[in-house]
Design a protein around this ligand. Structure first.
Ligand code: NAD
Ligand code: GLY
Length: 373
């Protein structure tokens, strides 16, 4: 377990690095980055820039971002519909269309201005356009600032499974403007906190205790506290990605709660449960299973459930999902090898592992008995 004490008087480190040899890149965390002149310039591959965002974010931040770019660049934009249900290959195709119509070449740069949905789609468009062009992440939700903008997982959903089509493609930089959280709806803030809590549960019990103490400040978006949580989360993710870029081993731990969560998202219809909400309930299920298997004690389970609840996330599973619904979706999970289900479970707080030994009858019993909302 990597636990480093958090000094509450220290300013969070504002620039982190994802160490991936020639594909290394910085994560800048600061207030006001979106409008800052030339903040993006060092990471552009050439003169052609395509900013991709959605209908909600465009009126808030598109003009500001474009105005921060030097005047000699050829800047275009694409505004996609908003929502997880639009994280599809059809919308990625709209980005490819715009690039081709503008005559953009291999030295163009795509900028993802938005949450995880935009970031994942723009990353995939960049990975595949002319066999790969540069892209920059400008994440505007808490979830995308602590998780999806870092690490190079890109792609779209398929009706049969979440994130089933995609590629690993690293950005040239991640620019986190904390100020953008001022316009984020509270429900989306809670969804982002699910991924923040995840880092504490899987890797860092000191961070988990800090989150317990600072949850009210986080929900109130107090800038210093939020910046600390983002920096701490990104550091844990950057360390894991540097160790295992393409998820051959330790990176799978970042999927705590996601096997259950992806099943919920797909079954409910993309966009009905937010990704972070599904991960919240999924982590509660994973912690409950870990307790049933005797891997964590009652106190650890109680703390896991309490912190998820304190972030205003659901603990219960959807009322309309049977055990069979769960199991059918979970069998499609990308982590599975052969016919065995692989689950991320807890050995303790701040200590997760990946296991393929859970007997199906134990899992089924848990799903049968687990509370529904
Ligand atoms: P999202 O992108 O749908 O954004 C949530 C909502 O907030 C949207 O309606 C969006 O328009 C709005 N929004 C965004 N920024 C805003 C702002 N500053 N002010 C006001 N509204 C704003 O959802 P998300 O939670 O950011 O991302 C979820 C997606 O990320 C899922 O598709 C999930 O699979 C993916 N994800 C990917 C990774 C990865 O490693 N690539 C990791 C975690 C999650
Ligand atoms: N969000 C899981 C990962 O990036 O690996």
């Amino acid at each position: 377990m990597n636990s480093t004490a958090i000094n509450s008087t220290a300013k969070p480190q504002r620039t982190l690095h994802v160490a991936l040899d020639e594909r290394s890149y910085p994560i800048h965390i600061e207030s006001g980055l979106i409008g800052r002149a030339n903040a993006l310039t060092p990471y552009l591959a050439g003169r052609q820039v395509m900013v991709v965002t959605n209908e909600t974010i465009a009126p808030l931040y598109l003009e500001k971002l474009c105005a921060s770019l030097p005047g000699h660049l050829e800047v275009r934009s694409v505004v996609l519909p908003d929502g997880e249900q639009y994280k599809t290959i059809e919308q990625v195709s709209r980005i490819w269309d715009a690039l081709l119509e503008a005559g953009f070449n291999r030295r163009c740069t795509l900028i993802a201005l938005g949450g995880g949905v935009i970031g994942d789609m723009v990353g995939y468009a960049a990975a595949s356009y002319q066999r790969g062009v540069a892209f920059i992440q400008v994440p505007t939700t808490l979830l995308s600032q602590v998780d999806s903008s870092v690490g190079g997982k890109t792609g779209v959903n398929h009706p049969l499974g979440k994130n089933m089509i995609g590629a690993f493609w690293q950005p040239k930089a991640v620019l986190v403007d904390i100020e953008s959280l001022k316009t984020l709806p509270r429900r989306e803030l809670s969804a982002g906190l699910a991924e923040v809590i995840k880092y504490g549960l899987i890797r860092d019990d000191v961070f988990l205790a800090w989150l317990e103490a600072n949850m009210t400040a986080l929900l109130n978006v107090e800038p210093e506290v939020v910046a600390e949580a983002i920096a701490r989360s990104c550091q844990i993710k950057a360390d894991i990605v540097a160790e295992d870029e393409t998820e051959q081993g330790v990176r799978a731990l970042l999927n705590l709660g996601h096997t259950f969560g992806h099943a919920i998202e797909a079954h409910q219809g993309y966009g009905n449960w937010l990704h972070g909400e599904a991960v919240g309930a999924g982590m509660a299920l994973a912690a409950t299973l870990s307790k049933r298997l005797g891997w964590i004690n009652e106190a650890a389970l109680a703390r896991s459930l309490a912190i998820i609840k304190s972030a205003e996330l659901p603990l219960a599973a959807p009322a309309n999902m049977t055990s069979d619904d769960f199991l059918a979706r979970m069998r499609l999970d990308k982590k599975n090898i052969g016919t065995k289900l692989r689950l991320v479970l807890l050995n303790g707080l701040g200590d997760a592992c990946i296991s393929d030994t859970t007997p199906v009858d134990v899992l089924r019993k848990l799903l049968d008995e687990y509370p529904r909302c």
